[in-house]
Design a protein around this ligand. Structure first.
Ligand SMILES: [Zn+2]
Length: 173
């Protein structure tokens, strides 16, 4: 199979509002309301993770550092959060000698803002809500090295445009 070399897209003119249709929110108002209702129930727990300045986490980490519960109990919490559609498995961390550890995180900017209580909404969308340089979908991460959950492209935090930057460019033009 021929693999096309990846070329940076920065030389091409940016289309106007290219991301509007790709924002990962449920398409129907009903689904959105249901997500909001569900996540409301879990928000106190999820905000305990955000209180540590994080929007991504592993099951082991929240079991031992955040909730001090068994990994099985933590896994069951995460499964409930995933049902809201606002938290998902977003990647895996290398775990030498063992199975990779799955990384979970907020996949909706509104949840990221709700989680990170000590940061302003502007700080959250300026630092944690990024566009994948390859597929231009929204990726939410607090990691330096990021793997896009949509296209698996790996990129460094510093090489990605934030939602805040994208909005500023548009409002200035
Ligand atoms: Zn991508």
């Amino acid at each position: 199979m021929r693999v096309r070399p990846w070329t940076p897209k920065s030389t091409a003119p940016r289309p106007v509002l290219p991301h509007d249709r790709s924002t990962p929110v449920p398409s129907s108002g009903d689904a959105l309301e249901r997500s909001a209702e569900l996540i409301h129930r879990y928000l106190p727990d999820v905000r305990r993770i955000g209180g540590r300045g994080q929007v991504t986490f592993t099951i082991n980490q929240i079991a031992s550092d955040v909730f001090r519960i068994t990994t099985q109990a933590a896994r069951s919490k995460v499964q409930k959060w995933e049902q809201t559609g606002l938290i998902a498995q977003i990647g895996a961390l290398p775990n030498p000698g063992s199975r990779p550890m799955y990384l979970y995180g907020a996949v909706d900017p509104r949840l990221a803002i709700a989680m990170l209580r000590t940061a302003s909404p502007e700080e959250v969308v300026g630092n944690f809500v990024l566009f994948c340089p390859q597929c231009e979908q929204l990726v939410i991460s607090d990691r330096r090295s990021i793997s896009c959950r949509h296209c698996s492209h790996e990129f460094d935090l510093s090489g990605a445009e934030s939602l805040l930057e994208a909005c500023s460019v548009r409002s200035a033009s």
